[in-house]
Design a protein around this ligand. Structure first.
Ligand code: SAM
Length: 237
């Protein structure tokens, strides 16, 4: 990983959202959120965080932040919030946004599942992007995958009617699991789903997949007015 200039915590601070300290580390590491938080949490206040009422799009697992960097630069009237569970990637990506002084990106070092479940208010985000989530190849590790039926339901709750969900993966089996979960949810309507063998890239992992000639699946969904349901878990049939 090429090291960008190391910024001080004060320089990074305007680009980060930190959960209140007393709530522990948001399910990262040893502290489980449900153990650490005795009372209901205040919802994330997007206008207060960004200083404007613009729509907010969330990326789950932004890695080194290429997607957010491109999007936030191209679409200054949209706010972007990146969640990353690995501290060094969250800091790397945040540094990229901070050195460019992008006013419309904030990040959190956190477990996206915990944030969607506990602090992202219903209907409060206009789009969610889950791009190349870790596949956790081994059967015994698959339970670590971020994209589960419960997580898809939490995403659906976070979106208003008409809100967008964008998923992509270069792992055909995982792409099938994600689209299978979403197709089983009346709360989502599939707008597009395709697997392509070439073309450009939007994220670091997509760049690697394209360079290796690995097909990439990408699908887009719209939130319908239907109630949120939890799809059957493909892991248990
Ligand atoms: C395979 S990488 C893809 C990174 C980026 N989206 C890309 O396409 O280049 C998956 C990323 O998701 C992060 N991640 C995994 N589980 C997560 C979770 N529960 N919450 C937030 N980030 C998570 C990983 O740390 C990793 O950076």
């Amino acid at each position: 990983m090429r090291k960008p200039r190391r910024l001080t915590p004060d320089e990074l601070a305007p680009f980060e959202w930190h959960p209140p300290r007393r709530f522990g580390r948001w399910g990262v590491g040893e502290v489980r959120l449900e153990d650490a938080v005795p009372t209901p949490l205040a919802a994330l206040d997007w206008p207060a965080l960004f200083g404007n009422p613009n729509p907010v799009e969330v990326e789950v697992g932004m890695g080194k932040g290429l997607f957010l960097l491109t999007q936030a630069t191209a679409r200054p009237a949209v706010n972007f919030f990146g969640i990353e569970v690995v501290r060094k990637y969250q800091q790397f990506a945040t540094t990229r946004f901070a050195v460019r002084r992008l006013p419309n990106v904030k990040t959190a070092y956190a477990d996206a599942k915990a944030l969607f479940r506990d602090v992202i208010a219903p209907g409060s985000v206009s789009a969610v992007h889950v791009l190349f989530p870790d596949p956790w190849w081994k059967a015994r590790h698959k339970k670590r995958r971020v994209f589960t039926p419960e997580f898809a339901a939490d995403i659906a709750r976070a979106l208003p009617v008409g809100g967008a969900l964008h998923v992509a993966s270069d792992v055909a089996e995982y792409f099938g699991v994600m689209t299978g979960i979403l197709r089983a949810m009346p709360a989502f309507r599939e707008l597009a789903a395709e697997t392509t063998d070439g073309g450009g890239f939007e994220t670091n992992f997509e760049r690697k997949a394209r360079a290796q000639g690995t097909p990439v699946g990408r699908a887009r969904y719209e939130r319908t007015a239907e109630a949120v349901t939890v799809a059957p878990d493909p892991a248990t049939g």
